[in-house]
Every structure is written in structure tokens, then in C-alpha cells.
Design a protein around this ligand. Structure first.
Ligand code: ADP
Length: 498
């Protein structure tokens, strides 16, 4: 019972824990979503700030009167610069005003293409002095990013244009900032939603922040996408979910089983209580009858109201018989009470089971005689010694023999056998009485239970005898059972381990 209560409590705690963790998880997920938005915006800002800062530094450092320094300036310009070129106020390239990091030929070709196709669109003359502008677009499906500034040297106006290397931006700068974490996955896509950098995942929902100050052109902007790692439905997470579901299922099952068991126990207890009130009236009756008989015959003897010495002996014998019966009943009730209270009632010692059985049969001899019954005792010789509580086992044997006398006297005989079967000693008490109905055979071992047929007869009983026998047998590591065909008698088998 304690184990059951503990299991139910544990299951309830587990459920409470899961309930709690699911609500917090939901809250965390919500917070994560909010945080992811902030984080993504912050990261995009970091990248754009870095690009703009590099652009500004380079744009500011280039001077028309120091063009010889241009190649060094370009190389020192920061991450992912491709080339720089300087235009005069008519938007023509200034002589010596071009420098490239990698392939100078390619840089010149690109420059000429920009000058012809892009620069006229930028509205450079309208730009304020020292103000940075930028332009993003595609040429032959290659992305390009230009940053430019309107500058003045004395009374000469000129323009500096920086060509960023977009591929290197993506591969060198982005990974430093957009590194996926345990909880969040990052990826960058271009204006056509094509994957550019980060962790590949299929994006359904989550956060998406555009690069509005740099990689944005006429056809849209690059974007940073963030999603929770859980949304990516990893197998490990699925595994965890399976375990969680199993545990929750287990907890629910334990609670339901516990409740079912409790309901069963309550029903059993209620039934036992009903039987208990029967028991009290039975026991009172059993106590009262022998006491009245003893009082009556004792009084007769005391008053000398006997016709002959034989009659006096007969009266004395009746008194003796009833006294023994009273003694047996009280012994049963007291032992039963001890067991009910769960006290350690047994004291085990090596003993010869044959001797114990013989003593019990001797104790029952007189009652057998009175009931006009005979007993055949068949004890296998040389049985091994067993560890038993001799008094308890005597009580058990007496109860079985007494029951045969009480309920099966019509059969006129009882057979008692004791033999070894493998690692057990088996004692059988067979009678030829009315037997026990099949559906009652298990129930007669319940405390206070008395078979229907017997309740109708004027046979006294308390219903604790067989419960006691069963308890004694089990306390010895054995058990007791009955086989019976109604009308043909009953056989009670009690076995103890060797
Ligand atoms: P009690 O004998 O005090 O009623 P027990 O626990 O010894 O209590 O027995 C329970 C019931 O089992 C009895 O009321 C009786 O109906 C049935 N019973 C026990 N032994 C026999 C038997 N040898 N033959 C028929 N019925 C029996």
C-alpha cells in the first residue's frame, strides 16, 4: 500500500513537473521568438555598421592630391574591398585614379561598366559634401555593391567610389556574426531568396530582417533569417518527445491503476467490515454457548444434582470439552488479532513436522471420538527437519482437523497424510463431508468468510480459522489450498518448504 501511494505520488509529481516544464517551455519559446527578432536586427545592424564604417574610412582617406597612395589605401581598406576609383566633376575617371585588390584588368573592365551603366543613375552631383551613398545591383548575375562620396580639394570637386567584394563579405564577414547557436539557426539569403550563407534550413516561419543600408537594390534586399533549432525537427528532439510521451503515459497509467487498486481495496475493506460484524456476533455466540453449558453443568455438579457417579463424570467431561473449545476459540481470536495488527508472531526453530502433526492429532482425538469419527494418519518416515513455529503449525493442523469434524462429520472419517514432494513437505487433510462450492473455494480463506451452506446450518464458527491457517502457511514460505467436489468431501493441502 505504501509503495502504491509512493508510486501514485511520484507519478503525480512527474505529471506536475511535465505540466510546469511545458508551460515554461512555451513561455521560453515565446520569449525566444521575441529575442530572436531583437537578435537578428542587432546582428544585421552590426554587419551593416561594419561595412559602412570600412567604406567611410576608405572614402575619407582617399585624396585627389595623393593618388599615388591609392593602391596601399585600397589594400588596407578593410574586409572585402575589390577596387576604388576616383571620378572628376564630369564623372570621368581621373588618371591614376583606379586601384584594385585582385585582378587589375577585371577591375578596369568592371569600372568602365559601372561608369557607363551605374554612375549616371547615382545622381552624384546632387550628393552633399562628404556624404556617403551606396548602390546595390547585379551584373551578369554577380552581385555588386558600390559606396561613394562627394569630396572637394580646394575648388576641385571629385567623387570616390568603392567597389565591395560581395562574395568575400559573405564568406569572411558574415560567418563571424551569424554563427548558429544551440537554440537559434541563422541563414542569409539574397534578394531572390537564394541561400547565401549560414545553416541551410527550410524556412516556414520565424524572423527575417532585411539589410536596408547596404545589400538592397531595385529588386529587393538581402535578408537574415532566424529560426529556432526545434523548428528544424531534429531526430534527437523527436526521440526526446517520444521519451516524454512514454513517461507521461506511464504516469497516467500508474495513477489510474492506483485509483483502480484503491477502489478495489475500499470494496474489499467494506466487505471485510460487513463480515467483521458477522464475526463479532459469531464469536460472542461461540463464547456464550460453551460458557452457558459450563455454568449449567458446573452448577449441577456443585449442587450434587447427579443421579450417579457416571453421570457426574459425564458432566465433568462436558465441562472439560467445552473448556477446551473455549480455549481454542480464544487462542484463534488472540492469534488472529496479533496478525491483524501485523506483529511478529512467529518464532522459528528446527522441528520434526511428523511430531507436530501427531501432537495436533492427539489433541483432537477426544473431539473425533465424540463426533464418532475415525482418523487415518499416514506419515512418511524420515522426513527432514524443517524450520517452523511448532505452536503455529499445530494450530493450523488443529484448525483443519477441527473443520473436518465440524463440517464433515457425516463422512465419518478423516484422512491425514504427510509426505515429501521435491523441496516441500505436503500435508493433506481429506474428509468425506458436503464439500465446498467451487465459487466459494477461494473465498473461505478470506477472514470472517463463512460458506453460505454452513451459515444456514447451526454450526458455530467465526470465519477466521482458515485465514489463520493461510497466514501461518505463508509466513513459513508455503501455502494452503483446497480441492473439493461438492457432495464428495474436501481436501485441504498445506505445504511448507524444506
Ligand atoms: P469457521 O469454521 O469458523 O467458520 P474457517 O475459516 O475455519 O471458519 O472456515 C471458513 C468456512 O469454510 C467455513 O465456514 C465453512 O463454510 C468452510 N469450510 C471449512 N472447512 C470445511 C470442510 N472441511 N468442509 C466443508 N466446508 C468447510
Amino acid at each position: 500500500m505504501n509503495a502504491l501511494i509512493f508510486a501514485v505520488l511520484a507519478a503525480a509529481v512527474a505529471l506536475a513537473y511535465y505540466g510546469y516544464s511545458y508551460t515554461t517551455e512555451a513561455a521560453v519559446a515565446h520569449e525566444l521568438q521575441l529575442r530572436a527578432e531583437d537578435l537578428a536586427a542587432e546582428k544585421v545592424l552590426t554587419v551593416e555598421t561594419k561595412i559602412i564604417a570600412d567604406d567611410n574610412a576608405l572614402l575619407r582617406s582617399v585624396r585627389l592630391d595623393q593618388l599615388d597612395k591609392l593602391p596601399d589605401q585600397v589594400r588596407a581598406g578593410g574586409i572585402a574591398i575589390s577596387s576604388v576609383f576616383v571620378l572628376d566633376d564630369h564623372l570621368n575617371v581621373v588618371p591614376g585614379g583606379t586601384a584594385a585588390v585582385d585582378d587589375p584588368k577585371q577591375a578596369v573592365a568592371n569600372r568602365d561598366w559601372y561608369v557607363a551603366n551605374v554612375i549616371p543613375k547615382l545622381g552624384l552631383p546632387k550628393l552633399k559634401l562628404d556624404e556617403r551613398g551606396h548602390w546595390y545591383g547585379r551584373h551578369a548575375d554577380q552581385p555588386y555593391l558600390l559606396a561613394f562620396m562627394h569630396k572637394q580639394d580646394g575648388d576641385r570637386t571629385y567623387y570616390v567610389v568603392v567597389e565591395r567584394n560581395v562574395n568575400r563579405l559573405v564568406f569572411d564577414l558574415f560567418p563571424q556574426v551569424f554563427e548558429s547557436t544551440k537554440k537559434l539557426l541563422y541563414q542569409v539569403v539574397d534578394e531572390n531568396d537564394r541561400f547565401a550563407e549560414g545553416t541551410p534550413f527550410t524556412y516556414e516561419s520565424g524572423v527575417s530582417v532585411p539589410f536596408i543600408d547596404t545589400l538592397q537594390g531595385d529588386h529587393g534586399a538581402w535578408r537574415l533569417r532566424v529560426t529556432e533549432r526545434e523548428n528544424a525537427a531534429e531526430p534527437q528532439l523527436r526521440h526526446q518527445h517520444a521519451i516524454d510521451s512514454a513517461l507521461i503515459g506511464g504516469a497516467v497509467t500508474i495513477i489510474l491503476a492506483g485509483l483502480a487498486f484503491l477502489a478495489l481495496a475500499i470494496r474489499r475493506e467494506r466487505r471485510a467490515n460487513e463480515l467483521k460484524s458477522d464475526f463479532i456476533s459469531n464469536v460472542s455466540h461461540e463464547l456464550k454457548t460453551p460458557l452457558s453449558i459450563i455454568t449449567m453443568f458446573g452448577e449441577m455438579l456443585a449442587n450434587g444434582r447427579t443421579k450417579s457417579p457416571e453421570q457426574a463424570t459425564e458432566y465433568a467431561e462436558i465441562i472439560y470439552r467445552e473448556g477446551v473449545r473455549l480455549d481454542r476459540l480464544i487462542e484463534n481470536v488472540l492469534d488472529f488479532a496479533k496478525i491483524e495488527r501485523g506483529m511478529g508472531v512467529y518464532e522459528f526453530a528446527e522441528a520434526d513436522l511428523g511430531d507436530v502433526v501427531t501432537r495436533a492429532v492427539d489433541l483432537a482425538a477426544r473431539r473425533l471420538q465424540t463426533a464418532e469419527m475415525t482418523i487415518d494418519v499416514d506419515l512418511e518416515p524420515d522426513l527432514p527437519q524443517v524450520k517452523i513455529d511448532a505452536n503455529a503449525v499445530t494450530l493450523a493442523v488443529l484448525n483443519l482437523v477441527d473443520n473436518a469434524i465440524k463440517y464433515a462429520s457425516s463422512g465419518k472419517r478423516v484422512a491425514l497424510t504427510l509426505k515429501r514432494e521435491d523441496h516441500r513437505v505436503v500435508m493433506a487433510v481429506r474428509d468425506w463431508g458436503p464439500g465446498i462450492e467451487r465459487e466459494e473455494q477461494a473465498r473461505i480463506f478470506e477472514r470472517f468468510y463463512r460458506a453460505k451452506a454452513m451459515r444456514l446450518k447451526p454450526i458455530r464458527g467465526s470465519g477466521i480459522g482458515l485465514a489463520l491457517v493461510q497466514h501461518i502457511a505463508r509466513a513459513h514460505g508455503g501455502d494452503v489450498s483446497v480441492t473439493s467436489k461438492p457432495g464428495e468431501g474436501a481436501t485441504f493441502q498445506l505445504w511448507l518448504p524444506i
